[in-house]
Design a protein around this ligand. Structure first.
Ligand SMILES: [Zn+2]
Length: 360
């Protein structure tokens, strides 16, 4: 058996952390791993990719959770915690389009990790992409106790934009009854740190994937967010309104979680689209009116904990989104930064949505 591997060029540097649980694992400050696998038609377990040690993980952890795109079932994944002698094989859960999440348990201890892939019958050459690796101690979360601020009047007649119901993406029931959360007074924006979908069908698949990842990977009772907004401007129901979410650790009370599908952060740098922002604003205006929410309560996940979420390319719009939720204009996504030297020198390019260039 013989398989070749090519580790692709290192991705651009990114700050650590982009997840809703635990510690986000990075390699030289880069989140995610990408490598190509080539089949030679041979058989038998053989290491076809092995990463370097990750950046240090000072906290204790006993669970590793990996998610990305793994098109060929003939690839197995393993992790090794620094100081341990045995590689742990991840149990892989597969979804349409090669989408996967995988999980393994180890002894509880701090430590960096290494990730490797084994050829277990690779059928065709392909690329494996790991969007994110997170580690955590697998134990129930303790709800926080956020104070309840003043809210405006609720308007039950507020017009609700069209929302694709859970049934449309084939949601399964929560594994335990929801906790009620009737007094909503804040909104938090996330990115999925996952696939940047192009069609409604892909978004429905991605919603199903995220639900499974959250239920059986992270061990939550359901998908963590309340709403999903895809790049085409479709709004999908995640958890029902009025139940407690699981998207902002220790700050879920009264908090509506909205996730943008995609990775709005280096190295992928997906950017919100105009139709996506219009849908997000329509949803935000509805929530503000319906529940009497102060539009200034809109925050990014990173405002609550150390994380990249919701990514620089969407976080930079938060201030304009607050105004838009209050009835102001919908933010306009600027064009990508021009890299050509032929641009007329006297015409300034559209400002780039780069968090590094603007005060946050
Ligand atoms: Zn988040």
């Amino acid at each position: 058996m013989r398989a070749e591997l090519l580790l692709l060029a290192a991705l651009a540097a990114a700050p650590a952390g982009a997840h809703d649980a635990g510690h986000s694992v990075t390699f030289k400050s880069v989140e995610g791993v990408r490598f190509s696998v080539r089949s030679s038609g041979a058989s038998g377990p053989r290491v076809i990719f092995e990463s370097a040690d990750s950046d240090p993980v000072p906290e204790e952890w006993d669970t590793v959770l990996v998610q990305g795109v793994l098109p060929d079932p003939g690839v197995n994944l393993q992790v090794l915690k620094a100081g341990a002698t045995d590689w742990e094989t991840l149990s892989v859960h597969r979804f349409p389009g090669g989408r996967f999440w995988a999980k393994a348990r180890t002894a509880r201890a701090p430590g960096a990790l290494r990730l490797r892939a084994l050829d277990a019958g690779v059928r065709r050459s392909h690329e494996v992409e790991v969007f994110g690796i997170e580690v955590f101690v697998d134990q129930p979360q303790v709800p926080g106790g956020a104070p309840l601020p003043p809210r405006g009047p609720e308007d039950p007649s507020a017009p609700r934009p069209f929302v694709h119901a859970r049934a449309e993406w084939g949601a399964v029931q929560p594994t335990e009854p929801y906790s009620p959360d009737p007094l909503v007074w804040r909104i938090t924006l996330h990115h999925s740190d996952g696939r940047h979908t192009e069609t409604l069908a892909e978004s429905l698949d991605e919603a199903k994937f995220i639900q499974d990842f959250h239920q059986h990977g992270r061990g939550w009772i359901d998908i963590g967010y309340h709403f999903i907004v895809d790049p085409s401007g479709n709004i999908l129901e995640a958890r029902p309104e009025g139940v407690l979410g699981a998207h902002t650790l220790a700050n879920n009370e009264g908090n509506i979680g909205i996730v943008l599908l995609g990775t709005y952060h280096p190295p992928k740098n997906d950017r919100p689209t105009q139709t996506q922002l219009e849908a997000l604003v329509a949803l935000g205006r509805y929530l503000v009116k319906r529940h009497g929410i102060d539009p200034e309560s809109l925050k990014g996940h990173r405002d609550y904990k150390k994380t990249d979420c919701p990514g620089n390319k969407s976080y930079v719009a938060i201030a304009d989104l607050r105004k838009a939720f209050a009835g102001g204009p919908v933010p306009v996504p600027p064009a990508k930064k021009r890299r050509t030297a032929k641009a007329p020198a006297l015409i300034s390019a559209a400002p780039d949505w780069d968090g590094a260039q603007r005060a946050q």
